[in-house]
Every structure is written in structure tokens, then in C-alpha cells.
Design a protein around this ligand. Structure first.
Ligand code: DX5
Ligand code: ZN
Length: 216
């Protein structure tokens, strides 16, 4: 059993409302929103006004993945815009600021979590574990959709799940990048509870069936 958070990075940006209603219709659980600033990652996508505009069009939780430098500067704006889950990269700032940002997100009543890039080891997450409702493990280099799934990230997923089972069993482990109808099984076997899929969801011939395969 896993939740699917389709990434609107692969949606039609001229028709986001239509594509989000389609996620609802097909049984998707969350909506994954990829925010990129052109500095932390070599791409620029969408920001606070778009999250705010999407908030009233769906009752699905908005799962906002910040790929931005020094996210502490903007977490309040994203929570106020309507994020339900807000994740920040631990590579994007000093540890003290990351810890403070997680506290800030919680104080605003939002679920908070960290993200690890592929080259960041599981151990780097240790200082933050107690403050996490979710931990996102990247299985591609952040920045673009449609890349190949990195199966060698699975030991990291497993390790984080084991640690969180001791510290906070309710914490979710999320996997993002290259997840499709085949790679989803490995993610689930290793303890991921939320799977992000961008291109595989939007390109699926039968999206309802795709959602069922991920959730199974
Ligand atoms: C990549 C983003 C992902 C992206 C995944 O930086 O964080 O959420 O949308 O796309 P796919 O599923 O196509 O790898
Ligand atoms: Zn993402």
C-alpha cells in the first residue's frame, strides 16, 4: 500500500486546473508541486502565486517540494499559500537554518520534511529526524522530470525507514524521480509510503489503472 503524489511538473501548465481535477478523478492521493529557483537546481518552475491559485481548485493535499536555495526565507509564504506538506533540501542551507525552517513550518500548522539529493547519504538526515513528518529521497538529480530511476538509492530508503520506525513510526518516506509501474515495487519493498510520479502518470495510457498499480 502506498500513496501516489502525481507531479504537476509533467502536467499541461496552461491547464493545471483540468489536470488536477483529472488527478482527483483517477484516484490520486496528493498533488506534488515542484518549486525550482534556477540556483539550487538548473531549472525554474513555479512559485508562491501558483500554489495560492491551485489551493481553491482541489481538496487534495498539496505536497510542495522546494528546490530552492535557503528555503527558510520562503517557508512561511508557501504555508500561507496553501501547502499541506512542505519539504526542504538539507543541502540548501546550514543545519541551524534547516532546523529553524522545520520549526517554522510546524508552528504554522503544516507538515514538514527534508529532502536528500542522490549524493547525500542517509546519515546526513540524522540531525533532522525528530522534526520530520516526511522524508523525501530523490531517485534522480533534482531539476527535471523524465529521468532514469536510480535503484541504488533503495538502501537509503530502507535505512531511513528503519530509523524512523524507532523514532517516529508515523513519519512517511517519499520517493521522487523515475517512478513508474515497474520501479514502484522496489520503492514499496524498501519502505516508501508515498511515491511521486510525473511523466509516468501523465503519459500513462490508462491513468486510473496506473494509480491502482502504484497504490497496490
Ligand atoms: C525532479 C522533481 C520530480 C519530477 C519527477 O526534480 O522533483 O518531482 O517531477 O518526474 P518524473 O516522475 O518524470 O521522474
Ligand atoms: Zn519533486
Amino acid at each position: 500500500m502506498a500513496k501516489l503524489s502525481p507531479s504537476i511538473l509533467s502536467a499541461d501548465f496552461a491547464n493545471l486546473e483540468r489536470d488536477i481535477h483529472d488527478i482527483e478523478k483517477n484516484g490520486g492521493d496528493w498533488v506534488h508541486v515542484d518549486v525550482m529557483d534556477g540556483i539550487f537546481v538548473p531549472n525554474i518552475t513555479i512559485g508562491i502565486p501558483v500554489v495560492k491559485a491551485l489551493r481553491p481548485v482541489t481538496s487534495l493535499p498539496l505536497d510542495v517540494h522546494l528546490m530552492i536555495d535557503r528555503p527558510i526565507r520562503y517557508v512561511e509564504d508557501f504555508v500561507k499559500a496553501g501547502a499541506d506538506w512542505l519539504t526542504i533540501h538539507i543541502e540548501a542551507d546550514q543545519p541551524q537554518n534547516t532546523l529553524e525552517a522545520l520549526d517554522k513550518i510546524h508552528a504554522l500548522g503544516c507538515k514538514a520534511g527534508i529532502v536528500l539529493k542522490p549524493k547525500t547519504p542517509a546519515e546526513a538526515a540524522i540531525p533532522y529526524l525528530e522534526k520530520c513528518d516526511i522524508i523525501l529521497v530523490m531517485t534522480v538529480e533534482p531539476g527535471f522530470g523524465g529521468q532514469k530511476f536510480m535503484a541504488d538509492m533503495m538502501p537509503k530508503v530502507k535505512q531511513l525507514r528503519e530509523w524512523m520506525d524507532d523514532i517516529n513510526p508515523d513519519c512517511l518516506i517519499e520517493v521522487d524521480g523515475g517512478v513508474d509501474a515497474n520501479t514502484c515495487s522496489l520503492c514499496k519493498e524498501n519502505g516508501a509510503g508515498v511515491l511521486v510520479a510525473g511523466s509516468a502518470y501523465f503519459k500513462a495510457e490508462d491513468r486510473t489503472e496506473f494509480v491502482k498499480i502504484i497504490q497496490a
